[in-house]
Design a protein around this ligand. Structure first.
Ligand SMILES: Cc1cc2nc3c(=O)[nH]c(=O)nc-3n(C[C@H](O)[C@H](O)[C@H](O)COP(=O)(O)OP(=O)(O)OC[C@H]3O[C@@H](n4cnc5c(N)ncnc54)[C@H](O)[C@@H]3O)c2cc1C
Length: 381
C-alpha cells in the first residue's frame, strides 16, 4: 500500500474511534446531517483529497477517496452527501472558468458549502435526454430557468446546485446536443420546493424543486452552452466509483452484523452459523463483496492513470449494489423476526440496498450498457 493510502487508513481509523453507528443512525432517523461526522471528514482533510492545492485541496487520487468511503461505511458511518460534494468538482475542474473554480471549489474541501445535484425530472426519470427544464438566454446574456426537478437530495442545505437544463429543443437525431449545466443559487427568487416523504434512513432530505422564471447569471453557465453532456459524463463515472465505495463498505458492515448474530443465536442449542443454510450464503456474500472490491479498486486505479473506465465503472456500480443487496438480505434472514425490530438497525441497510439498485442510476440500464459496450449487443435505450 502506498503512503497516501496508508494515511487515509490512519485518518479513517481515527474517525471511527470518534463517531459511532448509533450517532449516525439517530441523525438519519431525524433526516439531519450528522454534523460531527461531516466536520471530521472536513477537518481531517478527507474532503480535500482529490482537489488540487490551488483550489484549496491537498491533491491526491480517486483511489484514496474511494478507500475513505469504503472504510468509513464499513464501520456503518453512512454519509452519502460526500458523493455530490466530490462529484461536482470534476465538471468544475475540467469545464469551469478560472473564476468559477476559485469561487466554488475551495468550500467543497472545507465542508463549508454543500452542492446539490439536480438532473431527475418527473416525466423523464432515467432518460436524461428527455428533460424539459429549460434555460432561455435573455438579451442581457443571463438565463431564465423554468421547470421542475424531483428527488433532489439536500436542496435545503445546499448553497448552490448544479442543475441540468435544456438550452435548445430536443433533437431526436442528435440527442446529446442542447443540454447545459448551470450553477444555481438555491435561494434564488422564483425557486419553490416541496419536501418529499422518502422512506430511507438518509441524513438529508429530498425535494421537488420548481423553477419559475429564475434568473441565472450568464457567468453561471458551466462549460459550453448546449454541450452540458460532456461535463455530465465527466462526473457520472466518478460518481459510480464513489457509490461503489459506499456500497461495499455498507455490505461488509451489514454482513458482519449477520455473522456476529449467527455466532451466538442458538434456538436449537447450537449457533445458527453452524448450519450450512446460514453459513454458505454468508460465505458467498463475503466472496461477492471481496470480488466487487477488487473490481472497484482496479477501476479507481485505471481512472487515476487517466484510462477510460465507463464499462468498469458501470460494472462496479452493479457488482457493489448487488453485493450490498445480498449482504443485507442474508443478515436479515439470519436475524429471523428480529430483522423487523428497529433496535437491530437492519431495516436501514435493507432500504439502502434497494436504493443502491435504483440510484444514482438503476441497475437495469447499467446491464443494458454493459450488454452493449461489453458484448456488442444492440443498444436498447
Ligand atoms: C432517495 C433518492 C435520492 C435521490 N437523489 C437525487 C438527486 O440528488 N438528484 C437527482 O437528480 N436525482 C436524484 N434521485 C433520482 C434517481 O437518480 C432516480 O430515481 C433514478 O435515476 C431512476 O429514475 P426514476 O426513479 O424516474 O425511474 P424510471 O426512469 O421511471 O425507471 C423505473 C424502472 O424502470 C426500469 N427502466 C427504466 N429505463 C430503463 C431502460 N432504458 N432499460 C431498462 N430498464 C429501464 C428500471 O428498472 C427502473 O428502476 C434520487 C432518488 C432517490 C430515491
Amino acid at each position: 500500500m502506498n503512503e497516501a493510502m496508508h494515511a487515509v487508513r490512519e485518518i479513517c481509523s481515527t474517525i471511527i474511534k470518534k463517531v459511532d453507528r448509533p450517532y449516525v443512525l439517530e441523525s438519519a432517523k431525524k433526516r439531519e446531517r450528522p454534523e460531527k461526522l461531516w466536520r471530521l471528514w472536513a477537518d481531517t482533510g478527507l474532503l480535500a483529497i482529490g482537489l488540487p492545492e490551488e483550489y484549496g485541496g491537498v491533491g491526491g487520487k480517486m483511489s484514496e477517496v474511494v478507500l475513505a468511503h469504503d472504510l468509513l461505511h464499513s464501520a456503518g458511518l453512512f454519509l452519502p452527501l460526500t458523493i455530490p460534494n466530490y462529484m461536482v468538482r470534476f465538471p468544475l475542474l475540467k469545464h469551469g472558468t478560472e473564476e468559477q473554480k476559485r469561487r466554488y471549489l475551495p468550500p467543497t474541501a472545507t465542508g463549508e458549502e454543500f452542492f446539490a445535484f439536480a438532473i431527475t425530472e418527473p416525466d423523464s426519470g432515467t432518460n436524461t435526454f428527455k428533460i424539459r427544464t429549460n434555460a432561455k438566454r435573455q438579451p442581457s446574456g443571463d438565463y431564465l430557468l423554468n421547470g421542475q426537478k424531483m428527488y433532489i437530495t439536500g436542496w435545503d442545505e445546499a448553497g448552490h446546485a448544479m442543475v441540468v437544463a435544456r438550452t435548445a429543443p430536443r433533437d431526436p437525431n442528435n440527442r446529446t446536443e442542447g443540454l447545459s449545466l448551470f450553477i444555481v443559487d438555491t435561494k434564488s427568487k422564483g425557486i419553490s420546493t416541496t419536501l418529499m416523504d422518502i422512506a430511507v434512513y438518509m441524513p438529508d432530505r429530498n425535494f421537488i424543486v420548481n423553477f419559475d422564471d429564475v434568473v441565472v447569471p450568464a457567468e453561471n453557465l458551466l462549460g459550453v452552452e448546449g454541450r452540458g453532456i460532456d461535463a455530465l459524463f465527466d462526473c457520472l463515472n466518478p460518481e459510480r466509483l464513489l457509490a461503489g465505495g459506499m456500497n461495499v463498505g455498507l455490505a461488509e458492515h451489514v454482513l458482519n452484523r449477520g455473522v456476529e448474530y449467527a455466532k451466538v443465536r442458538a434456538p436449537f442449542d447450537v449457533p445458527i452459523g453452524a448450519y450450512q443454510s446460514v453459513a454458505h450464503p454468508m460465505a458467498i456474500a463475503k466472496t461477492r463483496i471481496d470480488a466487487a472490491r477488487l473490481m472497484l479498486y482496479s477501476a479507481a486505479e485505471k481512472y487515476d492513470a487517466g484510462e477510460k473506465i465507463a464499462l468498469q465503472a458501470n460494472m462496479v456500480k452493479w457488482l457493489t449494489s448487488d453485493a450490498l443487496t445480498q449482504a443485507a438480505n442474508i443478515a436479515a434472514n439470519a436475524h429471523g423476526g428480529m430483522f423487523a425490530d428497529l433496535s437491530t438497525d437492519l431495516i436501514p441497510f435493507y432500504l439502502q440496498a434497494k436504493m443502491s439498485e435504483i440510484a444514482p442510476i438503476n441497475n437495469s440500464i447499467i446491464l443494458s450498457f454493459i450488454a452493449q459496450q461489453g458484448l456488442g449487443l444492440p443498444k436498447s435505450y
